[in-house]
Design a protein around this ligand. Structure first.
Ligand SMILES: [Zn+2]
Ligand SMILES: [Zn+2]
Length: 362
């Protein structure tokens, strides 16, 4: 039986182990993909440290949920999200799967909150179909996944990042709606989602994009990705000074739009930086905060975002392909590792030393 070398979490907080995981037979409509690149995400680090809140994950799991790869085998005929035939050798990413028939999928048309939704990077590696984590030589693509071909000018690592961080950002912009040309967008957080959001906000016509984040190397990448002014919160530690900085940049009002791309703990400060009547897009997960309802800005619009719909995978890839000459997307992938270096890569992500770490497969 064919096996796939994969990075497996066998115990929380202990080094990941490279194991030979079985490659399953393909059900009709499913695919086997040879992974070219898998980027790591903060969520992978959280899952390594312990189960996510509300999650019932059990070990062992193959880490990673941001894959890009080349189709090795298809059981039957498949088309991509645009209706084009896919074939062996195509470089692709693929969506998560919602059930399609529950209230959220079929009536509310909010498939990201489908209670039966399946996703990757937290599935047991010792149960069929085994290969549902992306830091693995091969991945199994269940039949209901929608397939998106990767444009030639987008690297596998950037495409892999579109499978989580970037498509979530696109979902946020979808929920937000239009940005007007007089509006200032503030981004909280200088991780991959924050920096990608900055580029999209600029592209969608914001007058200026401001960012509060850290550490300095991430903010330098953010500058090159279109951010007009950055504030390093490791240097400006008093929230009062940060508020003043924001007011100085917005005629004393505050930002028209805030994207929280850090952690829930950043929400109270983010709301204090939003003008009355502003729009707040809450993307960053983890962390906790409590605040008094009576301090909320007047006429606030508060939007939360979970994951992305299949079309957001496509939008994220299209954006990188068509804006390749304007934004240095490759700078977001700040470190590449081989499969055997998975623990080094996880440490780098856990310490925020890199914007995004990619595991590259030859
Ligand atoms: Zn992720
Ligand atoms: Zn559903």
């Amino acid at each position: 039986m064919l096996k796939s070398r994969a990075a497996v979490i066998v115990k929380h907080n202990e080094p990941l182990v490279i194991q030979n995981v079985p490659v399953p037979d393909l059900d009709p409509g499913s695919l086997l993909v040879r992974i070219t690149s898998s980027t790591l995400c903060g969520t992978d680090v959280h899952r390594w440290h312990g189960p996510l809140e509300l999650a019932t994950d059990s070990l062992p799991i193959i880490t990673g949920h941001e894959p890009c790869g080349i189709i090795e085998e298809i059981n039957g005929e498949r088309t991509d999200i645009l209706g084009n035939k896919v074939k062996k050798g195509d470089r692709v990413v693929w969506s998560y799967v919602s059930c399609g028939s529950c209230y959220y999928c079929s009536v509310a048309v909010q498939p990201c909150i489908c209670p039966s939704r399946s996703s990757w990077g937290h599935n047991r590696a010792d149960r069929h179909p085994y290969l549902l984590g992306s830091v693995s030589e091969y991945m199994y693509v269940p039949a209901p996944c929608l397939i998106v071909k990767v444009p030639e000018n987008v690297s596998s690592a950037s495409a892999a990042a579109s499978a989580c961080a970037y498509r979530t950002a696109m979902h946020g912009f979808d929920r937000l709606g239009a940005i007007k040309s007089h509006e200032t967008v503030l981004i909280q957080g200088s991780g991959p989602i924050g920096i990608y959001c900055a580029a999209v906000a600029k592209d969608h016509g914001a007058k200026q994009v401001l960012m509060i984040g850290a550490p300095a190397p991430r903010l330098e990448v953010a500058r090159r990705m279109g951010v007009d002014a950055v504030l390093n919160f490791e240097e400006v530690t008093d929230p009062k000074d940060r508020r003043q900085w924001l007011r100085d940049h917005t005629g004393g009002r505050g930002a028209d739009i805030v994207f929280q791309c850090a952690t829930n703990a950043a929400v109270p400060e983010g709301l204090s930086l939003l003008r009355g009547g502003g729009r707040f897009v809450n993307i960053g997960v983890g962390g906790r905060a409590a605040m008094a309802v009576e301090t909320l800005p007047q006429q606030l619009t508060f939007l939360t975002v979970r994951s992305g719909e299949p079309r957001h995978w496509l939008q994220a890839l299209d954006f990188m392909s068509t804006r390749a000459d304007r934004y240095p997307f490759e700078e977001m992938i700040s470190a590449t590792y081989k499969l055997d270096q998975i623990n080094e890569a996880m440490d780098a992500m856990a310490s925020f030393r890199v914007v995004k770490a990619a595991i590259e497969f030859a």
